[in-house]
Each structure stands twice: as C-alpha cells, then as structure tokens.
Design a protein around this ligand. Structure first.
Ligand code: 6PG
Length: 237
C-alpha cells in the first residue's frame, strides 16, 4: 500500500509556496540528477511562477534538474492550450535550466508517433526499457485533479486507464482535444507523487478520490514511494 499523506494549506497561494519549498528541499537533498514530471492545467501555474522567482530561481541547482510532462495536449508548442507553453511562460523562460534538461512532448507528430517518441525519450533518460521499483523514473511527479476525476490525461472511459505496459499513450476519445499521457505504471515509478489540488470546485471529486472511489481515475494512482495530496482548505471541503 502506498503511504499517503494529506497536507492542507489555508489558501492557493500558501499551497503554491509550500509545494515550491517542498520541491526545492527535495532537489537539495539529492546529490545528483533530479527528474520531475510536471503537471499541466491551471493550478500549478502559480507554483511555477514562484519557482521562477527569488529565492528559488537562484538557489535551485537547475543544471541537475530534468523536466518532463505528465501529459500534454497534442497542439503546437505555441498554442495557448500547450502545457509546455504555460510552463515556459511561468518558469522556463526565467531560470537558467539547460535546454537539454527540458523534455517537452514532441509537436507536429501523429498521436501514436508522438507517444512512441516521448516514451523513447523517457527510456533513454532512465537508461532502461524496464521500470525498476528500486530505481524510480521520476523523483517527483506533479499531478492535478480534474472535476471528472481525471489526472494527467487519464480520463474516465478511455483505454489509457487499462494500459499496463506502455509508459506513454495517446488519448483521443472522450477528451476535449487529443492528448498524450503517462500511464499508471509510469506515474507509479516515482519517489514522490504529489497531487496539487485547489478550489472549492474540486471538493466533491477530491472527497470521492480520497474515499477510494476507483471509478475516479485519480484514485487509481499509486507510487513506489510517497503519495502526497497538497490541497487548499477550499478543496478539502
Ligand atoms: C491538463 C492537466 C490536467 C489537469 C487537471 C486539473 O493537461 O489539463 O494535466 O490533468 O491537472 O485537468 O486542471 P486545473 O489545474 O486547470 O484545474
């Protein structure tokens, strides 16, 4: 059973500040390469902006940090819908992270081709074709929670929920636009899975997920390490 913790902060701002400190401390505590799977959507934007400012921008050893995305919309990187673009504007354009350490989902490819190419990038980074629980793929995987219980792009009623071998799959059906997502096995290969959930509109779905309602995709996320819910008071209900 994955150890699970719930950390509640008073406001979205205090939540973002707390998670920024958590990430910075985790990077500082590990002497070598630190790999993060970033979340998309709107909730993490403020977190990324805080990481792009003092004291984090100048103190985090960005040369040791590698960034992937837990999911991406299959749109050009310049699209307002792109998680990569959001992250560039909030964080990447403001910190001295080497370009080689930034691993966006490739653009302009057919969904299956993009999934295969992105999975290969992850396997090359990891150094093996097979995940080993003793050596997690990610140090931290950041995840959000949608009001329909999705996380990353693991949406209800999609084949992505049943994928047990691939690390990355396209999600075409039952989603607002074609996406790529990490699968449950890839997400589970994390020292820490950190959900970031804010807002009263998430209170109902969060309660169902925390109660273990497995009809909610987010409730099926596991971690070989820690699994922490960082939430604000409003989402906590
Ligand atoms: C995405 C995200 C998605 C997000 C949830 C919550 O690409 O949209 O990865 O899983 O985390 O939809 O989105 P908000 O933070 O905007 O509520």
């Amino acid at each position: 059973m994955t150890p699970r913790r719930i950390v509640t902060l008073e406001t979205p701002e205090l939540l973002a500040q707390h998670v920024a400190r958590f990430i910075a401390d985790a990077i500082a505590a590990k002497p070598d390469r630190f790999t993060i799977a970033l979340s998309g959507g709107s909730t993490p934007k403020r977190l990324y902006e805080i990481l792009a400012a003092a004291p984090f921008a100048d103190s985090i050893p960005w040369e040791r940090v590698h960034l992937f995305w837990g999911d991406e919309r299959l749109v050009p990187h310049t699209s307002p819908d792109s998680n990569y673009r959001m992250t560039c504007e909030a964080l990447l354009d403001h910190v001295p992270i080497p370009v080689a350490n930034i691993h966006p989902v490739p653009e302009g490819l057919a969904p299956e081709q993009a999934a295969r190419q992105y999975e290969q990038a992850l396997k090359t980074h990891y150094g093996s074709e097979a995940l080993n629980a003793a050596r997690p793929l990610f140090d931290i995987t950041l995840l959000g929670l949608g009001e329909n219980g999705h996380t990353a792009s693991l949406f209800p009623d999609t084949a992505s929920l049943e994928e047990t071998r691939a690390w990355v799959v396209p999600v075409i059906e039952n989603v607002p636009q074609p996406r790529l997502t990490l699968t449950y096995p890839a997400i589970a290969s994390s020292r820490t899975v950190a959900f970031l959930v804010a807002g009263g509109n998430k209170a109902s779905v969060l309660r169902r997920v925390l109660d273990g309602d497995r009809t909610q995709p987010a409730a099926r996320v596991t971690s070989v390490g820690d699994l922490i819910w960082f939430i604000d008071k409003a989402a906590g209900g």
